[in-house]
Write a protein that binds this ligand. Structure first.
Ligand code: ACO
Length: 335
């Protein structure tokens, strides 16, 4: 059986920086509240009318990743695209990328797993490579939150944490069984689906009825999050799924060279760091400047950690994520 390893990565974030101070002019919030609760200082939001979307950002990140892998678009066998903010209700962003990058008629699959989206997508790609079906898979996480947020005081509990951005990785076939993805671990608990959700637009809401109501106060189009409930579950699930991955590979927390946690809230990452007694060099965070970019966050952080020289060949790298669904997962890699 083959193994798979990341051979190229790239990320893209919009130029437009939105600081906490900027938000405090739109809603009743403050830099102090946001930083104290989340660690976020600023995030990137797409400028309205710029034409940027989850798919266009994903395409930009993908071009960089393909280039860094030393490949061309024609070497890619399959696309896996993770997002909760697709350009269209259907089809998914994967086929848009295939078109934007002028790729041949390869398969494209969309993953709808929110904050765990990239971890799930990477795991899916890993299975295709391990079985020998594909050689090079383009895995993308991209998120355009800002077009769907309630930017008034009503939405402040959710809106301040989300940012826009995209990341991409090329997962390639390898014959070195000591390197690359060692294992991945995926979980879900659908009974908590409504604790973090955007309910509409959805067919379940009967589209003709939605159009007839045309209700500007209908909040079901905006994200709803039971923040404290999500926070508590995130902390325990992150810990569990990291330990599950380590145990599977007969490893311990002391073996971790780099933990890339999904950037949901700096306080969650700090809790895990403290619990596992990891040093600042063993955990990478960039939520301070990008906020929570959901399916893009893990790959943006991995790309930055690598480009800053914080990941070296042979390092044990752990990716972990938790989010809406609830869904959560981890990927254990030997770089
Ligand atoms: N500015 C000022 N005050 C605010 C803001 C704001 N932006 N947002 C909420 N408040 C107020 C609330 O109204 C509330 O006031 P009250 O006590 O008078 O009612 C008070 O602050 C506390 O509100 P909480 O919602 O309890 O705040 P909490 O401490 O839980 O922090 C936060 C909110 C940061 C969102 C936190 O709950 C969190 O990070 N949760 C986990 C997020 C997460 O991991 N999500 C998963 C990934 S996302 C995905 O999958 C799509």
């Amino acid at each position: 059986m083959y193994t798979s390893r990341i051979t190229g990565m790239g990320h893209f974030v919009p130029d437009n920086i939105v600081t906490n101070e900027n938000l405090s002019k739109m809603m009743d919030t403050s830099d102090a509240w946001i930083q104290e609760r989340t660690g976020i200082k600023e995030r990137r939001w797409i400028v309205e009318g710029s034409g940027e979307t989850a798919a266009t950002m994903g395409a930009k990140a993908a071009r960089i990743a393909i280039n860094k892998a030393g490949l061309t678009k024609d070497d890619i066998d399959f696309i896996v695209f993770a997002t909760l903010s697709p350009d269209m209700f259907f089809p998914g962003c994967g086929v848009q990328i295939q078109d934007m990058l002028d790729m041949p008629t390869i398969g494209a699959l969309d993953v709808r797993n929110q904050c765990s989206g990239f971890v799930y997508a990477l795991s899916v790609a890993d299975q295709f490579i391990k079985t020998g079906m594909y050689k090079n898979i383009l895995v993308i996480g991209s998120e355009f939150h800002s077009g769907g947020l309630d930017k008034t005081t009503r939405g402040r509990g959710v809106t301040v944490i989300f940012g826009d951005g995209a990341g991409a990785a090329i997962l390639s076939r390898s014959e070195d069984e000591n390197r690359g993805i060692l294992s991945s671990h995926l979980h879900s608990e659908g009974k908590h689906a409504r604790e973090l959700t955007v309910e509409a637009p959805s067919i379940a809401h009967w589209v003709p009825q939605i159009m007839e109501d045309n209700d500007p106060d209908d909040e079901s189009y905006y994200p709803y999050m039971n923040g404290t409930f999500v926070f508590k579950h995130a902390i325990s699930r992150f810990s569990e799924v990291i330990l599950e991955g380590l145990e599977k590979n007969n490893l311990q927390t002391t073996d971790i060279d780099m933990l890339i946690p999904h950037q949901a809230n700096l306080r969650i990452a700090q809790f895990i760091q403290k619990k596992f007694k990891l040093s600042d060099d063993q955990v990478f965070n960039n939520i301070m400047k990008y906020g929570n970019t959901t399916a893009a966050s893990v790959i943006i952080a991995l790309t930055e950690a690598f480009s800053e020289g914080k990941i070296k060949e042979g390092d044990l790298v752990v990716l972990a994520a938790f989010g809406s669904g609830f869904t959560w997962g981890s990927v254990i890699m030997r770089w």
